[in-house]
Ligand binder design. Structure first.
Ligand code: NAG
Ligand code: NAG
Ligand code: NAG
Ligand code: NAG
Ligand code: NAG
Length: 945
């Protein structure tokens, strides 16, 4: 079962305020002895004060994983900060809150001691949700120096949000300390409009902080903000702009009036796109530090002075903060040669400063390689094998994965193109992460790489066919072709000399009698002691004709004066060559044998259904009936049948025979693609061409209502003569189908649909499908390898079951989310439905049906992920709910988490490509982060086949 923890982390950078704040020298937090130790250890000539760091951690029972991860991330952060800013000092504060207590508070200025604090954190108690976040926050604010970063890590909302005494104290402390508060929430107990959660947003806004709703694995990414802000002296930044919004598009402007070395833009909430214009309405390049669905961080170096504008397009409540960083007096030099070999030397406002290049960490005078592989959040290689290199890293992809443009390993959708998989033409290809599988359609057997008709398993072979073991498997075969020959002349009824006392207790299966003894069994009682045995066996009844197929007859053994003292059943079939085959059973005892009638040695031929027997020059021959007569290859007219999974072209074998063509030698170009079916009753051979675009040359033409498949068969027929004739028969086939969901599925069209097989104890297998529809009628599905949609398009997604008693089960969509890659575990996820409820941050989401029937339906407006992502993949984790055992419809009231059933299944569709249209003249390839905000003239619903 997959419950994806919604976790967010908040972090961020900022130091100092635009209001001059004196960092009180009375803020007593560092012991003199410790400070001088730091100076000595690092060869610092003076210590430099940086902003202080405070963690307010929820230690209730549900938090133990969070605390582990926090410790790991903190270690990473402080090592980096120390490497870059070795002479920086700050207070580290750890404040705990539980239920019903807040505290204790631990304070140190030693980073190693601070690391030790984590070891004493124990998560326990407080099983309810929400928790006492406000009381804890008041304590944290009181015990932290001004201008601190206060990180609140919790998986719950605040239950003391209505204690106005506490809340007002918190507000006032924020006002006076200018500390920034970042809420890193990995869960909620209420929905996003609940005052117990909204208080977080209010306090984040008040303190120039953020609320990040992250998953635990993203905690490290969120800390990138702190990495930036703590690696510099306090008071080296200014708050430039702060905005707090609900959903939609908006633009805001703010002035930049000083010489800043950089601007840091941070956002939280469900923002689809952001665009920043500098003075003169010029697009500025944003360096992307973090770009996640819960928040982002961009850096602009050396921002120009003037009016700046930001455009934002968002799906729910979100905020943006812009801080300007002034030059700091660290890593300053008089000579660039003092910079490390792997550092750059830059002149900033007349000052030379060394800074390590990307991929290296240090103060600019000393730079060491960053091992990006050591922490999951410092590389983009979650599905690959990360290898550190000096200054960078490589990500090798495992089999089944490929490099994406973003240099990450993403699953190859082997099902998207026929050349990527080896599935048999009739098989459905099912992509999975890192691999794929092939499944033969119902009524066929095989491993998916090869499928053939499974007549045996159906228990019934066609008329004239039998289930015969060939090689390892049983398959329906024609016994006329698959049998054992018995050529012993002693079987003749005229053989009355007992020489061998033969016995047929070993004869099981299909046999054909040949040779001088006769080719058929006698149809009347045979004298005892004939056929070289004691009790000879004969057939009671007549032999079948060709049109009779397989018949059963009683075989009798004559002994003791009784013509049928023993009996057994044999099956008999008349074959095209004028002979019969017998399915013999072991004789009941010894010594009994199956006899042959010597008068049948040469018999007139038995003709096929499309043939007539004619006497030519005194001997009988089989000839095609008049309606099937042909004299040239070009006259052959196959019959066309448009079937559910294939286009069938049926040839009369007799016609081929009159042209002296051996049926077995029909060849098709690319014949591996096609399936052959012989029918000996109608004496036909059919060639099935599967309904799959681009497979075996199948072409597809579609309009709004119908889809037409066309294909061409090239039959090259070589006669068995000495003269080699190599003619080709070209047959054009075309079948038109009505286009709707059901047809698409039946024909395995590769529509924009995914499926998964589900088995429920005792009820057999059935299948769940997910499809992207074109409109709110939920009838027509997009097809092809990719769909291109405009930003104004609405995505209509349906999930439904097939093949079960639909009155019994309901589909419950637990989590449905979008990612920018085909990796369902992509850390960048945009939730549309979470814990069975719609994401209320995005008002464009409508859930029409969930848990009410065998169908689930929802719609969401097309969006784009922040960053250089143009594709959207949709995933749904579903489970089935038994309607008879109560209501299945989820109650979306805001419970902490709704656990899904035992068996969850995942479905996916995508990619959906967003069509970006820029406002004017902006080159999207130069500025890929830009997104289009306003309504545009778009080609809606363009289908790329
Ligand atoms: C401090 O300086 C001493 C002597 O110059 C040197 O050996 C030591 O490595 C330096 N320590 C650091 C942390 O740079
Ligand atoms: C608010 O919190 C304070 C401190 O915990 C407590 O003394 C006071 O009783 C609370 N007030 C209310 C109305 O719960
Ligand atoms: C914040 O402090 C300023 C003075 O520094 C004061 O004017 C203002 O009213 C205070 N705001 C709040 C909400 O306490
Ligand atoms: C900003 O920098 C320019 C030169 O780069 C300088 O002329 C100007 O005085 C500086 N302004 C401020 C406010 O420091
Ligand atoms: C600088 O980086 C390169 C790789 O980019 C590495 O080979 C070299 O050893 C590094 N130089 C130093 C002095 O670390």
């Amino acid at each position: 079962m997959m419950i994806i923890l919604l976790f967010v982390l908040a972090l961020i950078p900022y130091c100092g305020g635009s209001v001059a704040i004196a960092v009180s020298t009375t803020a007593k937090w560092s012991s003199a002895s410790n400070s001088s130790k730091i100076l000595a250890e690092n060869n610092c000539t003076s210590q430099q004060e940086s902003s202080s760091l405070t963690y307010l951690v929820d230690t209730t029972g549900s938090m133990s994983d969070d605390l582990q991860q926090l410790k790991l991330v903190n270690g990473w952060l402080l090592d980096r900060v120390h490497a870059r800013f070795p002479c920086g000092v700050r207070q580290y504060t750890m404040v705990e809150f539980n239920d019903p207590t807040v505290g204790p508070v631990r304070v140190t200025d030693s980073k190693s001691m601070f690391g030790d604090f984590f070891n004493s954190l124990v998560a326990s108690g407080g099983d309810d949700c929400p928790e006492l976040a406000m009381g804890g926050l008041e304590l944290a604010l009181r015990r932290s120096p001004p201008n601190s970063f206060i990180l609140v890590l919790t998986d719950a909302s605040a239950k003391d949000n209505n204690n106005m005494t506490i809340v007002n104290n918190v507000r006032s402390l924020i006002n006076t300390t200018k500390s920034q508060i970042f809420f890193l929430t990995t869960g909620l107990c209420s929905d996003l409009n609940d005052p117990q959660f909204l208080i977080y947003r209010e306090l984040a806004k008040l303190s120039f902080g953020h609320v990040f709703q992250i998953s635990l694995s993203d905690l490290g990414k969120a800390f990138n903000y702190l990495d930036f802000a703590l690696s510099r002296p306090a008071n080296s930044s200014v708050r430039l702009f702060s905005g707090e919004y609900s959903a939609g598009n908006h633009s805001d402007s703010f002035p930049v009036q000083s010489n800043f070395t950089s601007l840091i833009i941070t956002t939280d909430g469900s923002i689809y796109s952001i665009r920043i214009l500098g003075p003169g309405s010029v697009d500025v390049p944003l360096k992307n530090i973090v770009s996640e669905i819960w928040g982002s961080m961009y850096v602009v170096k050396y921002p120009g002075k003037g009016i700046w504008i930001c455009y934002i397009y968002a799906g729910g409540p979100h905020s943006i903060r812009v801080a300007g960083f002034t030059a700091s007096n660290i890593s300053i030099t008089t000579r660039c040669s003092e910079c490390h070999a792997n550092a750059t030397c830059e002149e900033t406002l007349g000052i030379l400063q060394c800074s390590c290049k990307d991929g290296f960490i240090g103060d600019g005078f000393s730079c060491s390689d960053v091992d990006e592989c050591a922490y999951s959040w410092s590389n983009n290689c979650s599905s690959g094998i990360c290898k550190n290199t000096i200054g960078s890293y490589t990500c090798d992809c495992r089999p089944g994965y490929t490099k994406s443009p973003a240099n990450t390993c993403v699953d190859i959708n082997e099902c998207s193109r026929p050349d990527l998989n080896n599935c048999h033409a009739l098989a459905a290809c099912i992509n999975s992460i890192g691999s794929y599988s092939c499944v033969c359609p119902a009524g066929y057997f095989g491993n998916g790489f090869f499928c053939s008709v499974d007549e045996c398993s159906a228990g019934m072979c066609g008329i004239g066919m039998d289930c015969i073991k060939s090689n390892v498997s049983f398959s329906c075969s024609d016994p006329c072709l698959y049998h054992t020959v018995l050529d012993e002349p002693w079987r003749s009824t005229t053989n009355t000399y007992l020489t061998r006392y033969n016995c047929d207790t070993d004869k099981v299966g299909w046999y054909r009698f040949v040779g001088a003894g006769g080719v058929r069994m006698p149809e009347s009682c045979v004298p005892e002691l004939s056929c070289d045995t004691h009790a000879p066996m004969w057939i009671s009844g007549s032999h079948p004709l060709l049109s009779d197929g397989i018949v059963n007859r009683t075989a009798c053994a004559h002994w003791s004066g009784n013509c049928c003292l023993w009996s057994t059943t044999v099956f008999i079939k008349a074959c095209l060559g004028g002979y019969h085959v017998y399915k013999l059973n072991r004789t009941p005892v010894c010594h009994l044998t199956y006899c042959t009638d010597p008068s049948t040695v040469s018999d007139s031929p038995t003709c096929a259904a499309d043939e007539v027997k004619k006497s030519i020059n005194g001997t009988y021959q089989c000839q095609c009936k008049d309606e099937y007569k042909v004299s040239a290859l070009s006259e052959i007219r196959p019959t066309l049948t448009c079937e559910n999974q294939a286009v069938r072209a049926t040839f009369q074998k007799c016609q081929l025979k009159t042209l002296n063509i051996d049926v077995q030698s029909i060849n098709l170009k690319n014949s591996r693609c096609f399936l052959y079916k012989e029918d000996n009753t109608t004496n036909t051979i059919s060639i099935l061409s599967p309904l799959q675009m681009d497979r075996c040359g199948m072409q597809l033409i579609r309009n709004d209502t119908h889809v037409t498949y066309t294909n061409t068969l090239y039959l090259s027929m070589e006669s068995g003569d000495l003269i080699i004739r190599n003619e080709e028969l070209v047959v054009k086939l075309s079948c038109t189908y009505q286009l709707n969901m059901q047809v698409s599925l039946n024909t395995v069209l590769h529509p924009f649909v995914s499926s998964t097989n589900i088995s429920i104890g005792g009820t057999g297998q059935f299948t769940a499908y997910m499809a992207l529809y074109k409109d709110n009628g939920y009838l027509s599905v997009y097809e092809g390898a990719e769909v291109l949609l405009s930003s104004s398009s609405i995505l209509y997604i349906g999930v439904f079951l097939d093949g079960v008693d639909l009155s019994q089960y309901a589909v419950v969509m637990g989590n449905c989310y979008a990612t920018p890659s085909s990796n369902a575990d992509d850390p960048m996820k945009y939730y549309i439905i979470q814990n069975s409820c719609p994401n209320r941050q995005d008002p464009s989401i409508t859930v029409m049906e969930n848990g009410a029937s065998s169908k689930g339906r929802f719609s969401v407006q097309m969006f784009k992920f922040i960053g250089d992502h143009n594709l959207v993949y949709l995933y749904c984790q579903i489970h089935l709910c038994d309607l008879k055992s109560g209501s299945c419809a989820p109650v979306c009231s805001g419970i902490r988490s709704l656990s899904l059933g035992d068996s969850d299944y995942s479905l996916s569709v995508g990619p959906i490509k967003r069509q970006d249209h820029l406002i004017s003249g902006t080159d999207v390839t130069r500025a890929p982060w830009i997104l289009l905000l306003s309504a545009l003239l778009l080609l809606a619903n363009t289908l790329i086949v």
